[in-house]
Design a protein around this ligand. Structure first.
Ligand code: ZN
Length: 433
C-alpha cells in the first residue's frame, strides 16, 4: 500500500514514525515537509515528540504566510522553503540526524553510493554544505547553493542530512538508501577498502522488452488445491518479508523472495513495492516461465526460475543485501563460515562470484548453488540464500548476517581463529554433511 494518496499530514506522520522506529532520528530532531500544488507547505511542528506525532500536530503554512495548526512550525522551515524555491521538481523534504550520516557529516565526507548497483540512481547526486546555525538564513543560503547543483541530498556539516523528492515516498527511499550506503561503507572500513563500481557497471538494468513480452502471457487454469496452497504461501511470504524488513536485513526496495508451490510454479516478490507494507496480492505467481497479467516480478525472476529448474530439492530462494555480510561482498575480504560449528553446518563453504556474473548469466549462478553450497555471495551485489523451505532459507540468511557481524565486531578485540580443519572434518562426519 503506497502512502502517496494519503492526506499530506498523514504522509508526514507515517514517514516520521518510520524514520524514528528505524533509529534515524531522535524525538527532538528532524523535520519533514510537503509542498502542495496550491503553494501550502505542510510541516512537522517545533518541539513536539517526533515518535508519537498525530495528524492534528502537523502545521499548514499557507502560501500567504498564515499558519494553521495547534503548534509552531519547525524552526527549519526556512531551508525547506529554500529547497522548494530553487528546485520546482521537488515537493517533499526530509531533514534528520541518522547516526551513520551524522558520522559522515562530522568528518566532512559524502557516502559512496556506488558500492552496490541501483543506489546512486535512488539517492541522486549528493553534496556537502558547510556548517551554519540551525534555523538561520545563512544555513538556508548554504542549502540553496547546494541544491542549485542539481543534487537530491545534502550532507550538512556537523549537523545531519537533507533529502528531497518529487513526493515523500521518493524522498524517504533516497534517505533510507543513503543511510544504508553510509552504514555499508562504515562496516566495510573495518575490513578492507571497499570497491566502488564504475559508471558503466553501476547502472540498474531493466529488461523492459522481456517485461512487455511476459505481460501478454497469462497462467494456465489452476486446481482448487493449488489455489488453497498458493493462498497459504502468500500469507507466509508476506509475514516473513515484513519481519525481515523490521529486523533491518532489507530496505524498502531490497529483498527478492520466492517460494516454490507444491504442485507447480512459484511465487515471487514484485519490483518497486515497499517491502515494509507488502500485501499478499502484490506477490507474483510464475508458472512455466509465464507470469500473472498486470503484475511485475522483481528483476531477478529468471535466476529464481533457473534455480528451481536445476535443483528439485530447493523450494525457496532469498536474494538480499544485509549490511554486515555485504561489507565482505564490497571488499576483497574472504568470508569464512567456520565461525562456530552451527554456522558451518548451516552455511557450508560459500562461493564468491564476480559482480558481472549476476548481470551476464543467471544460469552460472543457478549452477553454483547446491545442497552442499546453499548460500552464494555475488561481489558488490547480493547474497543468495536457498533452502528446502522459506524459513530454512531465511535461517541461513540470518545465521550468515549474525556471523558476519561477529567477525566485524571482533576486529578490534583480537584475531579471528576459524574452527580448525580437523574439527571441521569431525563435524562433517558427525552431522553427515
Ligand atoms: Zn537538524
Amino acid at each position: 500500500m503506497s502512502i502517496d494518496n494519503y492526506h499530506p499530514a498523514d504522509q508526514i506522520v507515517s514517514v516520521m514514525q518510520r524514520i524514528y522506529s528505524k533509529g534515524m532520528t531522535t524525538i527532538s530532531g528532524g523535520n519533514i515537509s510537503i509542498l502542495n500544488s496550491n503553494g501550502d507547505i505542510w510541516i512537522t511542528p517545533a518541539g513536539i515528540d517526533k515518535s508519537s506525532l498525530k495528524r492534528a500536530d502537523i502545521i499548514c503554512v499557507k502560501a500567504d504566510e498564515t499558519i494553521e495548526g495547534i503548534h509552531k512550525p519547525s524552526s527549519e522551515l526556512p531551508f525547506h522553503r529554500m529547497v522548494y524555491k530553487v528546485r520546482p521538481d521537488f515537493n517533499a523534504v526530509i531533514h534528520a540526524h541518522p547516526p551513520a550520516l551524522v558520522s559522515f557529516s562530522i568528518v566532512g565526507k559524502i557516502p559512496d553510493t556506488r558500492l552496490i548497483p541501483g543506489a546512486d540512481s535512488i539517492c541522486g547526486k549528493v553534496a556537502l554544505a558547510g556548517y551554519a546555525l540551525p534555523g538561520s538564513k545563512k544555513l538556508a543560503e548554504k542549502v540553496e547553493s547546494a541544491f542549485k547543483k542539481n543534487v537530491r541530498a545534502v550532507i550538512l556539516e556537523n549537523h545531519g542530512v537533507l533529502v528531497a523528492g518529487k513526493n515523500l515516498s521518493e524522498a524517504f527511499k533516497a534517505l533510507e538508501t543513503l543511510d544504508y550506503c553510509a552504514h555499508l561503507q562504515i562496516k566495510a572500513a573495518y575490513l578492507e577498502k571497499a570497491v566502488t563500481l564504475s559508471n558503466t557497471r553501476v547502472a540498474f538494468k531493466e529488461d523492459d522488452k522481456e517485461r512487455n513480452k511476459e505481460e501478454k502471457q497469462a497462467p494456465e487454469k489452476l486446481s482448487t488445491a493449488h489455489i488453497n496452497s498458493e493462498k497459504t504461501a502468500r500469507q507466509e511470504m508476506v509475514r516473513l518479508i515484513r519481519r525481515t524488513y523490521e529486523m533491518g536485513f532489507i530496505t524498502s526496495i531490497q529483498g527478492d523472495f520466492s517460494q516454490r508451490l507444491k504442485d507447480n510454479g512459484f511465487l515471487i516478490t514484485p519490483r518497486w513495492v515497499d517491502r515494509k507494507n507488502i500485501q499478499e496480492n502484490d506477490l507474483v505467481f510464475i508458472l512455466n516461465g509465464k507470469k500473472e497479467p498486470r503484475r511485475h516480478p522483481c528483476a531477478s525472476v529468471k535466476l529464481h526460475q533457473y534455480i528451481y529448474e536445476k535443483h528439485p530439492e530447493i523450494n525457496s530462494v532469498i536474494i538480499a543485501q544485509p549490511l554486515n555480510i555485504m561489507a565482505f561482498a564490497v571488499t576483497g575480504t574472504d568470508f569464512d563460515s567456520r565461525i562456530i560449528p552451527e554456522s558451518y553446518i548451516m552455511l557450508r563453504d560459500i562461493p564468491r562470484l564476480p559482480y558481472g556474473s549476476y548481470q551476464d548469466n543467471a544460469e552460472i549462478i543457478a549452477r553454483s548453488v547446491s545442497t552442499q553450497k546453499p548460500v552464494v555471495m555475488v561481489e558488490n551485489k547480493c547474497i543468495i540464500a536457498t533452502g528446502n523451505s522459506l524459513i530454512n532459507a531465511f535461517d541461513r540468511l540470518e545465521v550468515l548476517e549474525y556471523c558476519a557481524k561477529s567477525i566485524i565486531m571482533s576486529r578490534n578485540i583480537g584475531c579471528f581463529s576459524p574452527v580448525p580443519d580437523k574439527e571441521i572434518a569431525e563435524i562433517i562426519k558427525a552431522f553427515n554433511l
